[in-house]
Design a protein around this ligand. Sequence first.
Ligand SMILES: Nc1ncnc2c1ncn2[C@@H]1O[C@H](COP(=O)(O)OP(=O)(O)OP(=O)(O)O)[C@@H](O)[C@H]1O
Length: 270
Amino acid sequence: MSAAPYLQIRNVWQAYDGHVVLERLNLTVEEGEFCTLVGASGCGKSTFLRLLLGQERPTRGELLLRGAPLRSEPDASRGVVFQRYSVLPHLSVLDNVAIGLELTQAPLLGRLFGKRKQAARDQAARLLERVGLGHALHKYPSQLSGGMQQRLAIAQALITRPSVLLLDEPFGALDPGIRKDMHALLLELWRETRLTVFMVTHDLSEGFNLGTRLLVFDKVRIDPQAPQAYGARITYDIPLNQGRLASGQPIASLLPKGTPQPLASSMEPL
Ligand SMILES: Nc1ncnc2c1ncn2[C@@H]1O[C@H](COP(=O)(O)OP(=O)(O)OP(=O)(O)O)[C@@H](O)[C@H]1O
């Protein structure tokens, strides 16, 4: 008997007070795929990410992870990065990342003490080093550039070692040069971790360059008399950059010489 697919979206609909946003979504995604999501503004891409995150339940249909219903609340298995405001302004860079470990390892108090606290801080510092923020551990988010803030948001999302990473236009507010650096970083991290990624972008070339699969959301049915009666569907599902999936190469052979240590070794067992 073959194993259940990693993620299955089965006939999912989402509507708010009769306003149908998404309709008849059917999708199977294998572990380690990098899906980029594009579509007109307001067609429901972020709504789809919220369903994957477990922030919302679908009006109809089901989302299955390895054959079992996806947990209906956000948890450490899913990391998320938004275009802005992912990081906590009142915490230092180091604390912004270490807190993810404190909250998962000490869910009641939300704080660790003694050696465990130190271990969490060391682990967070190594990951921050990996994303290029080793020099900024004690700064606050307001003291960082936009690109550095998004590096921090990515580290924050990855510290709990999620198996799915959800990115909602994470580089939308960055300058083109900085975006390129962030693309390289994201691809490196994805290759190291073999995470399953869903990334919303308005930039088609970003979608084509980064993804192993491009999902286009669009409304197929439109009724001018009742514009909210129909939602968007996935109208194109385009395989891309498939060689990256097949390579399975360890990161050390993919990274240029002198690159900081691979993420896998920055993320010790909890
Ligand atoms: N909680 C909600 N209650 C009511 N309507 C909602 C809710 N969440 C989303 N919507 C509506 O669903 C539609 C899709 O919104 P969504 O943010 O998912 O689109 P999007 O494709 O991500 O847009 P953009 O590309 O502009 O970010 C919008 O019309 C929005 O107003």
